[in-house]
Design a protein around this ligand. Structure first.
Ligand SMILES: [Zn+2]
Length: 113
């Protein structure tokens, strides 16, 4: 379960950001998670609860912005949704190796006290 390691890294970054913005307690964290980021959202939430335990009096809320994976087809010159991680262009049937979105695991914003 690498979600725990990911959330530990996220916590470090979040605390660093909070420090930089006045050091208030963190209320919520918004995370952008691509559908091909290789994480289970449930496991992510669980890991988050584990690593954030003891950070401030109130529990920190985790908000997740899911990102649907998209590939770019150079033949059709357009992006398409990569359903289930399959990068086959629905327009021409070619396999695209150009993933434009879907591997994100980014800290988007923090809400402080
Ligand atoms: Zn195509």
């Amino acid at each position: 379960m690498h979600e725990l390691a990911l959330m530990e890294a996220l916590r470090e970054r979040a605390l660093e950001q909070a420090e930089r913005h006045g050091g208030g307690a963190i209320r919520s964290i918004t995370l952008r998670v691509g559908s091909l980021a290789g994480v289970e959202l449930e496991a992510l939430e669980l890991a988050f609860a584990v690593v954030m335990e003891g950070e401030g009096a109130a529990p920190v809320q985790l908000k997740i912005e899911p990102v649907v994976a998209r590939c770019f087809c150079s033949s059709c010159a357009k992006n398409f949704e990569a359903v289930d991680g399959c990068c086959e262009c629905p327009g021409c049937g070619r396999i695209s190796h150009h993933l434009v979105a879907g591997r994100e695991l980014d800290l988007v914003s923090l809400e402080l006290e």
